[in-house]
Ligand binder design. Structure first.
Ligand code: FAD
Length: 406
């Protein structure tokens, strides 16, 4: 790791320890959305690592972004659960699919944590086949679209100012009938977000069912052309996968650190339980899995920084890191004995996040299909590399280009 990346790691740790740790439990208990904390994280540059400076990013790259995700999730995964909406899926969809004007209007405020983002693709018909089963429909009505339907698992949709939502504009056209829209639920009528009660996840940053009843989106807020939504989301989810893998790595490390500390502190039969061979076996297996995940996550991130083919690497990293998070969460809870189920110990709720990263943004089975079909030669994972026709966030500074032509 370069000194620059290690400096980023130190900065994130300092921010989390001084700004987030002292107050986050209070937000949880009050079930209050930590808007002010998100603004502080935005001001500290935690959301903009992969975006150019002209839109408020720091242009540090995907490896820096992975380290930020890893450390934030290691220290408080509940707060870090909105990193996607502020610094990944939502602004990336706008960057990849938007006009220069849309990018300049919306992306800087998302990265700064001034506006709250959201990305809603999934519906109850199945997240793994989101485009195929999509029922939500956007009907053109003069200068606006009117969107009706129901979205599922839309994280922080109950708080969002500016989000990205996917809906069909042509029911018969399959994935090519999906369009992407910038949505502003506080500005336009027809949006109801209902938080879902979950096991072990944050009570401050909630995930939601969204009911859309002729919800209004001006035509100028469509991203790309009608039918380009699926292309935009696929382009966004691939780098997003490395981000999820990095989050899972952070969760695994948190579980490992807590398990090691507890194994040293807890005494049974006159000695710390860390002296028992079977506990040592668990600790060793966790350490091995974490080191392997770390290597895979960083390798995928470096490939993206170098604009190399990275879809296959991202799938492998996400699969391994999310398996590792589940494994380490499970082992940590076992090492804690009964206390592993007490809410005051974070291993009890880190387990739920490990499950979430296992399923979210492409489930483990979906990653395995991608990896196997590539290996078998049925469908190469990197077949679209460099051919999506969308912007490359690392190569093009679209706003700088726009300004230069003004
Ligand atoms: C806490 C949380 C937050 C989320 N936040 C968001 C968000 O902000 N925005 C958003 O759009 N979505 C969000 N999601 C949705 C998430 O992306 C989906 O849950 C995920 O895509 C899986 O979809 P599903 O839950 O409908 O499972 P399904 O797609 O129904 O899958 C069920 C099972 O079938 C397996 N499976 C699927 N296809 C195959 C196959 N071909 N072969 C073998 N097995 C298969 C899966 O691996 C899984 O085990 C969130 C989910 C959670 C739990």
């Amino acid at each position: 790791m370069s000194e620059e990346i290690e400096a980023v790691r130190d900065m994130v740790n300092r921010f989390m320890e001084t700004e987030v740790v002292p107050v986050m439990e209070g937000y949880e208990q009050r079930r209050e959305f930590p808007r002010e904390l998100i603004r502080k994280a935005g001001a500290a540059g935690l959301y903009g690592a992969v975006f150019p400076e002209s839109v408020g990013g720091s242009n540090m790259g995907y490896l820096a972004a992975a380290v930020i995700q890893e450390e934030m999730c290691r220290i408080d995964v509940r707060f870090a659960s909105c990193n996607n909406q502020q610094g990944s899926t939502c602004p990336s969809c706008i960057y990849f699919g938007g006009t220069p004007e849309q990018i300049q209007k919306y992306v800087p405020n998302l990265l700064a944590g001034v506006t709250i983002g959201m990305m809603s693709l999934t519906e109850s018909g199945g997240g793994s086949d989101a485009a195929g089963n999509m029922q939500t429909f956007a009907r053109r009505d003069g200068d606006v679209y009117r969107i009706s339907g129901q979205k599922m698992w839309a994280s922080i949709a109950n708080e969002t100012d500016v989000g990205v939502l996917f809906a069909k504009t042509d029911r018969a056209a399959g994935a090519k009938g999906v369009s992407a829209f910038i949505v502003q639920p506080k500005k336009y009528p027809g949006w109801t977000a209902q938080p879902i009660e979950t096991m072990g996840l944050s009570t401050a940053l909630r995930t939601n069912v969204v009911y859309l009843d002729d919800f209004v989106v001006p035509v100028e807020d469509r991203l790309g052309e009608e039918g380009e939504g699926f292309k935009i989301i696929m382009r966004t989810l691939q780098p997003g996968r490395v981000g999820v893998a990095a989050k899972a790595l952070g969760v695994a490390r948190a579980c490992f650190e807590d398990a090691v500390r507890y194994a040293n502190e807890r005494t049974l039969r006159g000695q710390p339980i860390g002296r028992f061979q079977m506990i040592q076996s668990d600790i060793a297996e966790m350490a091995v899995a974490i080191e392997a995940s770390r290597a895979l996550v960083y390798k995928a991130a470096i490939a993206m920084d170098e604009s190399q083919p990275s879809n296959r690497l991202a799938a492998i990293a996400k699969y391994h890191a999310s398996q590792t998070a589940k494994f380490c969460a499970d082992k940590a809870v076992q090492i804690f004995g009964g206390y592993g189920l007490a809410k005051e110990y974070r291993v009890s709720w880190y387990r739920a996040y490990a499950d979430m990263f296992f399923t979210g943004e492409g489930s483990a089975n979906v990653q395995k299909i991608l990896i196997a079909e590539d290996a078998l030669g049925y469908k190469l994972a990197d077949r679209h590399h460099g051919k999506t026709g969308l912007r490359d966030i690392r190569k093009d500074d679209v706003i700088a280009q726009l300004n230069a032509t003004r």
